[in-house]
Structure formats: structure tokens, C-alpha cells
Design a protein around this ligand. Structure first.
Ligand code: COA
Length: 703
């Protein structure tokens, strides 16, 4: 059965049973029944409790089996020790979705019980939401099976949250903010249904304009990536993820029983999928509320209008930080704003209409930005002044917001001042007018809008795969595993590189002097020569290494010298031959890697390589499902990218084969499931047209 086939019936059921329904106000089993009834649910409601009786006028059934009708959703609210049998009854009665509100499972180490419950439900074709959740709300079906104390206002924002308590708190906050919800669902321990499943519902839900996810840890990153990629095409997705700090990650791990993934990887992968990560819940709320109401900008040019130079500069900084471009046609700016700007003001962007500006001046200036076809969005700033007719502040903000709204243009306001200004913020936010008490908050919202649309304009969801010889790589891994190793030897790693077509330094083992000359010529001078003998571990000590051999004559001399030295060093040593290696010229050293992240799945990495990798930590990550364009973007993000472009008159380095290597490493990790880690370091990069060399490679494998 397809995983998603159930998901809509979880949010839009035709019938719901509440197992552990209670007639006692104050109990969760009561609140859930009350919320379903009072929420206006049109389907059938069946409270279940062996004690029977009535709850809110509904007859109580002794068991699920006794209902005798098809049930789309059952909400389980009995203590953990009774949960398995409650789920069993539901699954045996053909219930499609079972939401388990009860706590006391994997989050406190009861992993086995949780697994048993899910296995049983799945074996009967039922899906589990939770356990350890507060329930589900969908505005589409007027279905509120949460135990929230406050009613939920229907609206345009969908919230998917791993933390139930935070979810309940968010319901309260959305009420205060007048930010209506289209859906809210708590995913809890996500023993079965996870955020990827719920995304499937909300991305298609007509009422949802914006999706907000609160995530502590990811369990199946690959599926999540696929889903959010689909979702961001349709609507903005904002994520708040805890566990950014080390301590935070530990707290999150003990909180939900799932380990928080490496934060940098999560961050990079979400960015790659167009998901916007907010720093805080407040920022996430601000973005969501704004994104739910703002029109799509018709272009990228914004105008700042201010009555104070200081906040104007702050706003300009914020525009740079959050990626809002500023309109720059000085002639047009002068023409539009000169009538409302005194000589000591400025018509340059930020437009400073000065501290003397009254509401009429603001009305004129902001009507002009709403009307001007080349000004695509407005950021209006106001600092409280004695000359402003403050009784007109709220009407001015309303009127200019309406003008922008009618023109289909986004606008944000940042207003700073005392009690009347604070009151204006509270009043207007209730009307969903985007007014903030701080410049950065206002402009970060405008930035999120531009970022979302820019991402979709420029997005590149193509997945480029390289042509690699998987069978040859598998054969190498078979050998290593048969040998009892979880890692590949140097020559095995080189075989994998060859199978993937990643250039490695040339090397061959010569069986005699003439062969040595032939091999050295084939590889190309200069070369290095090394004795090959299992009896000589320290080759240099034995005089078994010769560097920088430049011609045939030197090969002959070195060959004789190595043989002589080694025989003197260990007369009975068995010498298998002499290895002739290409002498790798100096170049820019990078690292390219790939790994199977336990949470986010296959990922690739590139960065500054060599011996400073750990110190510099100049690396960037992506999900391994990526295009060449994305691989180049990833490379260009590292601080050392300037070294590849060439500094101080150096020539540009050969970037294309580095991109090839990233795609090849990504292809290996995606197609060879027994490889868990690949690290190629250094990848020596030469000047443009001269290619690269993967000098050293380490590969970890598993059964
Ligand atoms: N079928 C149906 N009802 C049953 C039952 C069964 N097999 N066995 C017991 N019940 C009834 C009980 O009789 C009781 O009804 P009553 O109120 O009429 O007496 C009701 O189910 C609940 O059982 P009770 O033992 O009173 O438990 P409780 O209400 O104190 O606690 C939970 C139950 C689920 C709320 C509690 O175990 C829990 O997990 N709390 C945390 C919930 C939470 O925070 N979740 C995460 C949110 S983010």
C-alpha cells in the first residue's frame, strides 16, 4: 500500500473514535471530545470508554468493536500500559489512522513497546500518528482533535511540530497574533507518520499558503528532502530547528528520543531545497504571518521611506543582510519624492522625508511607492516625533497599506516610539497589517518573501549522475568485506577512483629494469620509485625510495640503487618489484567527500583540503541528489573559492573537473549502498585545462 494513501483521511476524516473519552472536564479525554464537537466537525463522533454513559450529549461506546461503523481516525488517550491493546482493538476493527496522544514511549526509552504498536497497526493496514502528541487540526474539515485549551482560528498557515507542548503554546500564540491556521499537527515520536507524510497533505491543502515546521531531529532525511522539494514549488516552507548548539542538540536528543542531526548538514540541505530556516520562533511566526498575506513581488527593487536617517541606515544594512535589493534610479527617485522631501532631506534610497514629516507627507510618499511601476516593494520606517500628528498614525498606516494591497505590492512598516506607537503595532497586527517595532524584524519578513520567489525563479532540481562502473566498485568491496575489513586499502581506493573515472596519479609495478623504464615513460616524468616488498615496511629507511626521477637514465640508476640498498638492508627480503608513481606536482589542495548521514541520507561535501581541513573547517555540504550547477554553487560557497579563481595575478584553476569529482562522489554514495564514507584529500587542482589529481582516498564500507 502506498504510504500517502491514508494521509488525507487523517486530516479530513468522515468519522472519529475517541478511546479514553472522559466525561470529566479537565481530563485530556474530555478536552478532545469537546474540541471535536465545538470545532464544528461534520463527521461522526464516537466516544469510547468501558464505563459507558454520555459525553456532551454523545452516547459512549464500550469498545471500538461495538461501534460497528467504519472509522477513519481513532484518538487514543489511555495510559501507556493500555495503549497496545487499545491500538490492537482499533486496528482489528479496521480503523485507518490511530493518533496516540499518550506519552511514555520511545521518548523515555520504551522503544520496544512503541515498535510493537506500530508493527501491529501496520500489519493491519493502519497508520500511527505519534505517540506523544496533542492531536490534529484541519480547517478544511473543521476537525480539531487536539486538547488545546483555546479554540483555533482558521487561516492560511499550516504548522507541523515535533514538540507537542510547543504546538499547544503556538496555538495560543497564533490566537494572540491573529494568525489563522489551516492545519496544525503534532508529530511527536514519529514512530510511523512523520513530517514528510504531513507535508504531502498540507502542500496540496487549498487553505494553506505557508508551511511552518518545528523539527528536533530527522529520521528519514532522504524522504523529507524529496517532499520539501515538492512543497517549496507550491508554497513557502519555514523551519525552526532546535539543536543548533551542542548542548541544544543533546537536549533535543533526550527530549524526543531521536538524535538531532549535524546542524550544518541540515542547514545546507534545507537551503538547497528552498526551505527558509528561522533563527527563532518569533522570527518564524513573523515570516509566516507576512508570507501568508503578502502578494508576490513583481520585481526585486525595493524602496525605503523614513523620517530618520539612523533607522534608514539600519534598514539599508538589513536589506543587504536579508537580500532585498534597493531601487537605484536616482532621477526617478528625485522626481517622485522631491515634492515631499525638504532640501535637507534625501530623495536617494533610503528616501529621508525628515523628522518634520507629518501624516500627509507619509501618505503622499507611500502612495507614490504603491503607484510607481518600477518600485516593487516598500519598507516604511517611522520614528516618533513631536511634529507628527500622532492621532493620524494608525489611519495613515491603514490607508497606505490598503494602497499597496490594491496595487498588489508588498509593504512592511517598522515604527519606533513610545506607548501610542506600541498601541498602534498591537492594533494593526490584529488586522494583519505587517507593522513591527523593529527595522530588522520588518525587513527580515520582506527578505523572506523575496528569498522564496528568488529561489523558485533560480531553482535547479535536476539530479546529475555520473557514469560509474558500479560492478567494479562492488567487486572491490566484496574483497574488503571478505577480508573482514570495514575500510578499503589504498590500492582498493584507487580502484574505486578508476571505476568512477576520477583522475589519480599514475602508478604501476615494474618487474625488471626495462619494465621500469617502460612504465616510467608511460606515466610521464618526473616519477617516484618505491620498493614493493612485504618484508620491508619502512621503505625510506631501507633506501627503497627515489624521488624526482626525470629520465630513462635516472630510472636505471635508481632501480639499481634501490635493489642494492634493500638487499643490504635485509638480504632475505622477497622483492615483488618496484612501484613507479607519478610525482604529483603542487597545486591547490581541496577535499571532496561524501557520506551516508544517519539522518539526512547521502550527502556530499567539498572544501579546502590538505592538512588544514580540521582547522579551517572551510567546507560546504549538499544532499547528494544535486546538479552540476548546484555542485558549482556549493564550491563557490567556501571561503577558499577565491584561490580557485586565482589570486594576485595567478591563473584560474581547473574548476570543471572539481565539479565532476563532486558529482562522481555523489553518484558513488547514491548508487553503492555499502559505502558509508568517501574522503578524497587532497584533490590537487591545477591551472585551467590541466585537470586535477585525487592523491589520497579513504573509503569506509559496511555489510
Ligand atoms: N478503552 C477506553 N477507555 C478506557 C480504557 C479502554 N480500554 N481503559 C481505561 N479507559 C478510560 C478510563 O476509564 C478513563 O476514563 P474516565 O476519565 O472516565 O475515568 C480514561 O480512559 C483515561 O484513563 P485514565 O487512567 O484516567 O488516564 P488519564 O486520563 O489520567 O491519563 C493520558 C491518560 C493518556 C492522558 C496519560 O497517560 C498521558 O499520557 N498523559 C500525557 C499526554 C501528553 O502530554 N501527550 C503529549 C502531548 S504533547
Amino acid at each position: 500500500m502506498k504510504r500517502e494513501s491514508h494521509i488525507r483521511s487523517l486530516f479530513e476524516p468522515r468519522s472519529v473514535a475517541v478511546i479514553g473519552a472522559s466525561a470529566k472536564p479537565g481530563k485530556i479525554g474530555y478536552s478532545v471530545v469537546r474540541n471535536i464537537v465545538q470545532g464544528g466537525f461534520k463527521g461522526k463522533i464516537f466516544p469510547v470508554n468501558p464505563q459507558g454513559g454520555e459525553i456532551l450529549g454523545l452516547p459512549v461506546h464500550a469498545s471500538v468493536a461495538a461501534i460497528g461503523e467504519p472509522i477513519d481516525v481513532a484518538s487514543v488517550i489511555v495510559p501507556a500500559k493500555l495503549a497496545f491493546s487499545a491500538v490492537k482493538d482499533c486496528a482489528d476493527s479496521g480503523v485507518k489512522n490511530i493518533q496516540i496522544i499518550t506519552s511514555g514511549f520511545s521518548e523515555i526509552g520504551e522503544v520496544e513497546l512503541e515498535r510493537r504498536i506500530v508493527d501491529y497497526a501496520r500489519s493491519r493496514g493502519a497508520r500511527i500518528l505519534g505517540p506523544n502528541i496533542f492531536g490534529v487540526f484541519s480547517a478544511t474539515s473543521h476537525f480539531n482533535s487536539t486538547f488545546s485549551a483555546s479554540a483555533i482560528t482558521p487561516g492560511r498557515v499550516a504548522i507541523l511540530t515535533q514538540s507537542g507542548a510547543l504546538g499547544i503554546a503556538m496555538i495560543g500564540k497564533t490566537a494572540v497574533e491573529n494568525m489563522g491556521l489551516s492545519t496544525i499537527v503534532s508529530i511527536g515520536n514519529k514512530a510511523d507518520i512523520d513530517e514528510a507524510d504531513c507535508l504531502e497533505y498540507v502542500m496540496e491543502q487549498e487553505e494553506t499558503r505557508v508551511i511552518l515546521m518545528y523539527i528536533e531531529g530527522v529520521k528519514d532525511g532522504e524522504r523529507l528532502i524529496e517532499r520539501v522539494r515538492g512543497a517549496t514549488w507550491k508554497k513557502p516552507v519555514v523551519v525552526v530547528k532546535s539543536g543548533r548548539s551542542r548542548r541544544g542538540a543533546l537536549a533535543a536528543a533526550s527530549h524526543t528520543g531521536s538524535l538531532a542531526g549535524s546542524d550544518e548538514i541540515f542547514d545546507a540541505v534545507m537551503k538547497q531545497c528552498g526551505v527558509m530556516r528561522a533563527e527563532s520562533l518569533q522570527e518564524a511566526f513573523d515570516w509566516c504571518k507576512f508570507l501568508a498575506n503578502a502578494p508576490e513581488p513583481k520585481g526585486t527593487s525595493g524602496v525605503i521611506v523614513t523620517n530618520g536617517g539612523g533607522v534608514g541606515v539600519l534598514a539599508t544594512d538589513a536589506c543587504e543582510k536579508y537580500g532585498v535589493e534597493l531601487y537605484d534610479d536616482q532621477g526617478a527617485l528625485k522626481e517622485v519624492f522631491a515634492p515631499v522631501t525638504p532640501d535637507f532631506g534625501s530623495t536617494k534610497n533610503p528616501v529621508d522625508i525628515t523628522g518634520g514629516a507629518n501624516s500627509a507627507a507619509y501618505n503622499l510618499a507611500l502612495s507614490a511607492t504603491a503607484a510607481h511601476p518600477a518600485m516593487h516593494c516598500t519598507m516604511a520606517l517611522y520614528c516618533e516625533t513631536a511634529t507628527f500628528d500622532s492621532e493620524n498614525l494608525v489611519p495613515m498606516l491603514r490607508a497606505t497599506y490598503d494602497a499597496h494591497d490594491k496595487a498588489g505590492k508588498p509593504v512592511v512598516y517598522a515604527v519606533v516610539g513610545g506607548a501610542p506607537v506600541e498601541d498602534a503595532i498591537v492594533t494593526l497586527r490584529k488586522e494583519n497589517i505587517p507593522v513591527y517595532g523593529d527595522t530588522y524584524s520588518a525587513i527580515s519578513c520582506m527578505g523572506s518573501l523575496h528569498r522564496y520567489h528568488r529561489f523558485n525563479r533560480e531553482r535547479d532540481d535536476q539530479i546529475d549522475l555520473a557514469d560509474i562502473d558500479v560492478a567494479a566498485i562492488d567487486a572491490v568491496i566484496d574483497g574488503a568485506l571478505a577480508d573482514g575489513r570495514g575500510f578499503l586499502l589504498a590500492n582498493e581506493g584507487q580502484s574505486v577512483m578508476r571505476a568512477a573515472g576520477i583522475p589519480i596519479p599514475g602508478a604501476a609495478i615494474a618487474k625488471g629494469m626495462d619494465d621500469a623504464v617502460a612504465q616510467a615513460r608511460a606515466i610521464g616524468y618526473p616519477v617516484v620509485m618505491k620498493v614493493v616488498s612485504r618484508d620491508i615496511l619502512h621503505k625510506s629507511d631501507a633506501g627503497g625510495v627515489a624521488l624526482d626521477i626525470e629520465n630513462d637514465g635516472e630510472v636505471v640508476d635508481a632501480y639499481q640503487a634501490i635493489m642494492r640498498n634493500c638487499r643490504a638492508y635485509k638480504p632475505d627480503a622477497i622483492i615483488d618489484g618496484i612501484e613507479i608513481c607519478e610525482m604529483v606536482a603542487k597545486g591547490t589542495e581541496l577535499i571532496v567527500g561524501a557520506r551516508r548521514d544517519p539522518q539526512m541520507g547521502p550527502i556530499v561535501m567539498c572544501g579546502l583540503g590538505g592538512i588544514y581541513v580540521e582547522v579551517m573547517k572551510d567546507v560546504s555540504f549538499r544532499a547528494a541528489a544535486l546538479s552540476r550547477g548546484e555542485a558549482l554553487k556549493m564550491l563557490s560557497e567556501i571561503r577558499s573559492y577565491a584561490l580557485l579563481l586565482g589570486v594576485r595575478g595567478e591563473d584560474q584553476k581547473d574548476i570543471a573537473p572539481v565539479v565532476d569529482t563532486i558529482i562522481k562522489a555523489a553518484t558513488i554514495i547514491r548508487s553503492v549502498s555499502r559505502i558509508t564514507d568517501i574522503e578524497i584529500n587532497p584533490v590537487v587542482v591545477y591551472e585551467k585545462g590541466m585537470g586535477i589529481k585525487a592523491v589520497d582516498v579513504r573509503i569506509l564500507v559496511r555489510k
